[in-house]
Design a protein around this ligand. Structure first.
Ligand SMILES: [Mg+2]
Length: 312
């Protein structure tokens, strides 16, 4: 009987995940040996428990939560190194759900999501690693799945914690309003597969999947092409555009996306490469998959492998 490990963030979607579990469970369990592991607020503890569980060699792991839950599962898989690698499935219960949207999963149909998570269609998902330093000292080294950012993007992630009680996109918009008023540009050397560029930016992020911040489909990006996508933003206008977009998102889902996307893509420079190294003139805050990490002055991202991923 195939074995399936469901990894659920119980606090995902304003603690809705646990309430929705009874609708998912019978579909996930059908014909399979099902184990449920709930993540904990302490990421280190979650990592150790997941790693130990993965030593039991599951055929498939289903991440139930947001992009952070997929990140946690992927890090545990890479550290536990089961052979062969389990297949990865996603049931999105997060805020942005960039990975799920990049996989073209439906977002609200629970029964369909569970059926897809146990289905046979497989694709590939690139696995990138990030290594970040501050004054030559290692700050973080891990794999990631969605995005790594410095500048406005990362600062918003740090500020968002202050507006948590507003929930979801509204917290994002509030944090963004704060940051767009205070944001400053910074000097950056970008080393892309050995080609070096010097530039001054307001925001930089490296993406692995095409969907960014829950709604932006970034042009020229693929989840399985072995390439990372680098987006450089150099105009303050980005802040106010992003803010008005997110505010619209709170009120009327889906409206204004195309108009915004055109503006933002005109405002940015896009580059693609296997290995991306960012060298900053001074320390700036770093976010990895929506988690605040700390101040760094050097970031290296590269694709280190692929995992099989379940598609609709
Ligand atoms: Mg790619």
């Amino acid at each position: 009987m195939p074995s399936l490990l469901a990894v659920m963030n119980p606090s995902a979607h304003d603690f809705d995940a646990r309430r929705r579990w009874p609708r998912l469970e019978p579909i996930l369990r059908r014909g399979r040996e099902l184990t449920l592991l709930e993540t904990e607020p302490d990421p280190a503890r979650t990592h150790e428990r997941l790693k130990a569980e993965l030593a039991r060699r599951y055929d498939r792991v289903v991440a139930i939560g947001g992009d952070g839950t997929v990140d946690a599962v992927l890090n545990a898989i890479v550290d536990a190194r089961p052979d062969p690698l389990p297949e990865l499935a996603v049931i999105p219960f997060g805020t942005a759900n960039d990975v799920a949207k990049s996989l073209r999963l439906p977002l609200d149909d629970l029964e369909r999501l569970a059926a897809i998570a146990t289905g046979d269609r497989l694709g590939a998902l690139d696995v990138p690693r990030v290594r970040a330093l501050r004054r030559g000292r290692l700050v973080v080294e891990k794999v990631w799945v969605d995005s790594v950012g410095i500048g406005m993007d990362a600062d918003v992630v740090f500020e968002r914690a202050r507006y948590r009680d507003l929930g979801g996109y509204l917290a994002y918009a509030a944090a963004l309003a704060d940051r767009s008023l205070q944001q400053r540009s910074f000097d950056l050397v970008l080393d892309l597969d050995g080609r070096k560029f010097e530039t001054r930016v307001f925001n930089v992020f490296v993406n692995n999947v095409p969907v960014y911040a829950g709604s932006l489909e970034m042009p020229g990006a693929r989840r399985d092409d072995g390439l990372l996508d680098v987006y450089l933003f150099d105009r303050l206008e980005y802040g106010s555009k992003f803010l008005s977009f997110l505010t619209k998102e709170v009120d009327v889902l889906g409206l204004g996306v195309h108009e915004f996307l055109e503006d933002i893509t005109r405002n940015q420079r896009t580059l693609h490469g296997r290995r991306v190294r960012l060298i900053l003139a001074s320390g700036r805050r770093l976010q990895i998959d929506g988690d605040p990490v700390g101040e760094v002055d050097e970031v290296v991202c590269e694709i280190v492998g692929q995992v099989p991923v379940v598609l609709p």
